[in-house]
Design a protein around this ligand. Structure first.
Ligand code: NAD
Length: 430
């Protein structure tokens, strides 16, 4: 079986974890912990190779991909001693480079207020043209393009979807763009017409705040409870886990710094709440009157000034209220502290392989099972067990009621495929 070649848009902390993670499993083939799927249609994690990247940061552009992944301000933990390109366990192709991308709306103005070591530094060489980017991706035989741009990169995400469609490449949209049903349908039709697959949008981590909220919400509803409050607060503060030698300073990764401004995180907020609402809607349960909030922290703002420590540690606090048997009240709170970037690596190494396998089976458009399993705002929200069922079937190359209509030969139309209605706004907006 030939390698699945992957390209990366936004060579940040998540990209670092993803690539180093693949090398880690290549170096430690007996270790399967952290992999949601060992085998997807005959492809293992060892079959993924990273061949190209695009970024805007001076410290990454025109550098070897292996070098750029370790450049500042990336702060995900190191999974391997060195990112190699020429050993049998390398995950990065020896010729893989990072090319210059158009900035568009990738960098929020407030990011320039932070010290260079913790923020993006733009001003690299002029961006490659659209046509040249298509050529580069085709030259490197890229199968799957991964969108790891900062939250709020609406325009830039659309640009890279156009590039992927032109180049004939599958797409994994790890960020909260194109989240409304209308956008999802239009995008899906374009991938169907091009005979390609897409997984999206807004990845969820293997065991992160979204997965926890989804499982808790779903399990409470399945236990006959009525959930009246579900608050999920996320913050990048309070811990220098992994950097205990540094004791003071504000801690955050660029993902959190970028979302320090409300306008920048709007779609992230909506997408996170889609996870909660989705579990109600798949069960035909209303969320009317429920206090529902899931978003980056409103209390811990990463303000400019002072000392900063790049840290990939994230803390999520959950607070839930429910009512059950004969009106009995339940209260539950929980706290999750995780390394943010590696937590998403396990889902992306699956999404990449699902795209490849589905396309080999003749499936086109949004992969509904893998999107529900690996993303916060899939086109179709599913119960946890149904999303897993769909992924398991695809991993065995078995068609289901959901994937059969998406076979190319059935000439699927996006508007006739199943969707969960999703607005592009949260409950607090009109
Ligand atoms: N567990 C997780 O960490 C997690 C979960 C869900 C979603 N996400 C999302 O995934 C995305 C990537 O996360 P991350 O932690 O790697 O972010 P990051 O800030 O570390 O990396 C973003 C990268 O994009 C680059 N960039 C900025 N503008 C660009 C442009 N116009 N073109 C090309 N590159 C550009 C930056 O230089 C940087 O290298 C974010 O949107 C994040 O919200 C992350």
């Amino acid at each position: 079986m030939s390698k699945i070649k992957a390209g990366i848009i936004g060579v940040g902390s998540c990209a670092k974890s993803l690539v180093e993670g693949v090398q880690y499993y290549n170096e430690n083939p007996e270790d399967k912990i952290g992999l949601m799927y060992e085998d997807i249609g005959g492809y293992s994690v060892h079959d993924i190779e990273f061949v190209i990247g695009f970024d805007i940061d001076k410290r990454k552009v025109n550098k070897k991909l292996a070098k750029a992944l370790r450049a500042q301000p990336n702060c995900a933990m190191d999974h391997v001693d060195k990112i190699t390109t020429t050993s049998n366990s390398s995950a990065v192709n020896k010729d893989a480079m990072v090319y210059s991308a158009p900035e568009m709306d990738g960098i929020a103005p407030h990011m320039h207020d932070y010290p260079d070591e913790v923020t993006f530094v733009n001003g690299a060489v002029p961006a490659e043209s659209f046509e040249r980017s298509v050529e580069l991706l085709q030259y490197h035989d890229v199968d799957v393009l991964i969108n790891y741009l900062p939250v709020g990169s609406e325009e830039a995400s659309k640009y890279w979807i156009d590039v992927a469609l032109e180049a004939g490449i599958h797409f994994v949209n790890c960020i909260p763009t194109l989240i409304s049903t209308e956008d999802a349908m239009t995008t899906e039709q374009r991938f169907i017409d091009a005979g390609l697959t897409i997984v999206g949008s807004d990845m969820r981590s293997a065991w992160g705040a979204s997965r926890m909220s989804e499982v808790l919400q779903g399990a409470m509803l399945d236990s006959g409870l009525m959930v009246t409050q579900h608050i999920q607060m996320n913050m990048a503060a309070g811990s220098t886990q992994g950097q205990e030698h540094i004791r003071t300073g504000r801690t955050a990764n660029t993902d959190f710094l970028n979302m320090a401004k409300q306008y920048r995180l709007h779609n992230k907020h909506v997408s996170k709440e889609n996870v909660l609402k989705g579990q109600n809607s798949v069960r035909g349960e209303s969320t009317a009157g429920m206090t529902l909030f899931a978003g980056p922290s409103l209390t811990v703002q990463q303000k400019p000034g002072g000392d900063y420590i790049s840290s990939d540690n994230k803390i999520a606090n959950f607070d839930m209220v429910a009512y059950g048997f004969a009106g009995a009240r339940y209260e539950m709170s929980a706290r999750l502290s995780v390394q943010d970037s590696p937590n998403s690596g396990g889902v992306v190494v699956s999404a990449i392989r699902f795209c490849k396998v589905a396309s080999e089976m003749g499936i086109v458009g949004y992969l509904r099972g893998p999107s529900a399993w690996t993303q916060k705002t899939p086109p179709l929200q599913l119960k946890t067990q149904d999303a897993k069922f769909e992924c398991d079937a695809l991993a065995r190359r078995v068609l289901t009621d959901i994937t059969t209509p998406q076979l190319k030969e059935n000439r699927p139309k996006a508007k006739n495929l199943p969707h969960t209605f999703q607005d592009a706004k949260n409950d607090y907006e009109n």
